[in-house]
Design a protein around this ligand. Sequence first.
Ligand SMILES: CC(=O)N[C@H]1[C@@H](OP(=O)(O)O)O[C@H](CO)[C@@H](O)[C@@H]1O
Ligand SMILES: [Mg+2]
Length: 546
Amino acid sequence: TTLEAILYSSLHPKPAGLVLQYGTAGFRTNAKQLDHVMFRMGLLATLRSKKTEATIGVMVTASHNPEEDNGVKLVDPMGEMVTPTWEGYATQLANAEQEDLLAALKDVIEKEAINMSQEANVFVGKDTRSSSASLSQAVLDGVSALGGHSKDYGLVTTPQLHYMVCCQNTQGKYGEATVEGYYKKLCQAFIHPLHLGVFASNCTDDQKHLSVDGANGIGALKVREMESHLKKELHISLFNDGSKGKLNHQCGADFVKVQQNAPTGIKINPGERGCSFDGDADRIVYYYIDSEGQFHLLDGDKIATLISTFLKELLTQAALDLKIAVVQTAYANGSSTHYLEDTMKVIVRCTKTGVKHLHHAAQEFDIGVYFEANGHGTVLFSKAAEEKIQQLAENPGADDERKRAALLLQNTVNVINQTVGDAISDMLLIEAILAIKGMTIQQWDAIYSDLPNRQLKVKVSDRRVIDTTDAERRAVSPAGLQEAIDSLVKKYRQARSFVRPSGTEDVVRVYAEAETQESADDLAHEVSLAVYRLAGGVGDEPKPLH
Ligand SMILES: CC(=O)N[C@H]1[C@@H](OP(=O)(O)O)O[C@H](CO)[C@@H](O)[C@@H]1O
Ligand SMILES: [Mg+2]
């Protein structure tokens, strides 16, 4: 069948010389360059399925990128991102010239000692891009070329596909592997505590209202599909639902986070809650506009703080001794880290950028809350933690307060998508917390104040000359760069700055925060100049922001 695959692949030929990299979040580039990559990822997913003797997922999406782009991510058996060794195989396979494809396949089969007679199953999903239909067909062709079975879920969000894979490989213990099953599980867990009444019986219709920016993508479709399951406990006004606007264009979570501004196409009154999804609905950020017209962003750091505060209170009430930690990256606002460590007294870990790193670190605790500042994140519960919570919830001898807390913890376990960050699931958890605590978005925002910050990009001839350590917070090369950053940071109050090569774009990213916006802007500019001078800047020298 391997040979058959190669013959078949002449239908999905590789343009000679094209080289692509399995990056921070899979392959991602202009859709026109991806047909052969998709076919080959179908082949690779089939091999991965044979190797793990489990169902593997393939998601066709380019998330927050423009509509012309597309991409592909592989999903491992428990719904997590594919393991790094196989990211390497993915790159090798995608870049093998047509005549070398057979050898590249054989290499993977040999290295992993794959039993080719083992059955293979692959779940495939796609986002709403115009290129996604034919590209996901190329994935399906790849699977059948190696004799694998596939199930095409059609239009789903990235986290929905992760969820399906996990359900399938846990024989339904995680839930039913259908989109309906997903809505049922999440919405029941969302509604249950609200229907218990005692928590927020005074929750008015106003407080139940939320404006959602669907980024003109798959998330919008899926929110609409889910609505009837919410039993009017959440009133959603959906904007940017894809009926007219362009995907991710001046809307969506990435636009809102980077521009620190509301998306176009949304109408929200002063003080009302709004949120934005990204193009494949695995990220979410919240915001509101105050009575002076000022925009307030509640990003991944604020979300992590809200969720971990809620969980910590419940653990105290339940008298459960479970270790909770928050995992962030260097981009987390310094105020959030400060608040979590000093006021809330939770363990905070910092990892490299990229969800797989955060997910991994979060697995080391009983309860691990992880979020990137841009709004991608979730909560992980260890098996032992889930068991303790369940025992208490079902213990007839436990007193009312402990039991109530255990029930709320149980609903949290069920509402959250533990496989990966999920805009829909995160939204339901956040809405439940606000309702249960009777908290407004302004009160949530006031938990701590963000330090003013600025992110810039610098173009250099080869960004690999920058090497970092300490979870990307310090540069070890080129020589003199870290010393330069250190002395610039010293000039400002409450300042912090770091640089790192991006894993998704050909740029060096510069981050700076300080006591005032002007200081943050100045520091970011000065650090950009240091990068430009010491790391081989190309084009014009970075200009000051003021
Ligand atoms: C500063 C920033 O937001 N970086 C993003 C971005 O990675 P870079 O390696 O910084 O390009 O894309 C990643 C994938 O979507 C996401 O995980 C990450 O948080
Ligand atoms: Mg995304």
